[in-house]
Ligand binder design. Sequence first.
Ligand code: ADP
Ligand code: MG
Length: 462
Amino acid sequence: MQVSAKDAWKRILDEARRELPEQAVITWLAPAEPLSLADGCLALGVPDEFAVKWNEAKHGLILSRIAGQVLGQKTEVAFRVPEDRRQRPQIDFFVAPPPEAQTTPLRVAQSSLPLNERYTFDSFVIGKSNELGAAAAYAVAEAPGKTYNPLFIYGGTGLGKTHLMQAIAHAVIRRNPGTRVLYVGAEHFINEVIEGIHNRTMPDLRRRYRTDVDLFLVDDVHFLEGKEATQEEFFHTFNALYESQKQIVLTSDRPPKEMPGLEDRLVSRFGWGMVADVGLPDLEHRIAILRKKQEQDHLETTIPDEVLTFIAEHVYSNVRELEGSIIKLLLYASLRHREITVELAREALADRIRPSQSGAEERPKALPSIDKVQDVVARRWGVTPEGLRSKARIKSLTVPRQIAMYLAREVLNMQLVEIGQAFGGRDHSTVIHSVDKVQRQLAKDRGFRERVDSAKTELTTS
Ligand code: ADP
Ligand code: MG
């Protein structure tokens, strides 16, 4: 007997509820629309490419297995964006289209800073370094005030925090144009409070922040550190909005626990919902980001793949730098009427590219990879690389793990957040602590120093 796509999906979903977290089912699976069931494949429609990728990566295998079980034959579960949805703006899948062509300007609340049109989910490229933050942002946009509140996104500069935060606003406004969004930088908030106190206009400010807002986005909250009067005001604003179940989204360059200049009651509130980090993208991710930028912004000129790869290999400090590199290259090429080649990129981006060590013609010496660092340390300290990457806190692993972190910093010049990720997703305070510990040991223990130096030599010369 042939089951319909709808029935099949219902049966799979019932089973999936037992295995997957409730939140994952609500956010990602329940809204999917069964499209067809044919040739051993159940196709599900989701609102955008983001949801396709996320569902495939996170739930594809489990669902295909369940499908096989409940349908009694091998069935693959695949996600795609239905053709007719592609024409429409993202994430308006679950609601009726607005009555007439929607031209209402963004209903941003008074005193909100404008949103950047380009910072949407569709233009955000997901990779390992940001998938948690991106998924959390997406879930929040799907159900503001209901999933994670507040959402706290942290990470280094130029890694997409503001982009993700604003993507939430765009998605929510598209879905529900009446939403009152208030987007401010923490510095702006501080200035407003200072002015409010000075001009005795606090009641007005409180109304604007506490009652006229549905979605409250505060960028770079680390600026609140040490600003006591502002923190007091912020605390009450936070409470008022939180209690009326308004969604709050915050970004910072550090996790809440690492903000000593912030009152404890704020630190604890910031951690109530979801705290997610964004880190440095790896090479593959950087190439994907460059491709996306090229597609989106520079349609008129094609940058050859090998040039994009060249840029991705050499520019890795953050995404903003990557964007800047494309623009610089295009400008350089157009001013000189030259074709875009790797040679030209090398010239145009000379100031951003790590100089080669010996002679301009030679390729710069490649740094060892983090895997290599872990392998070398593991071998020399008699443990396994998996052990180093694991969460296990046994002493035989802790010391070599700290040494490997130290070497990642010293030899590879990796960022703390990035190192944390390479060692089982530890946060960067753990990395700081480890590096510090090794440095202190190096200073006082000669045998230790010789052993670490010898590992370092192996890494830098082989
Ligand atoms: P932050 O707020 O973390 O300092 P931004 O959100 O301002 O960083 O991002 C810097 C630039 O890089 C922006 O132009 C943003 O669009 C872009 N960007 C960052 N991450 C991504 C990504 N994953 N995909 C596409 N663009 C990105
Ligand atoms: Mg920012």
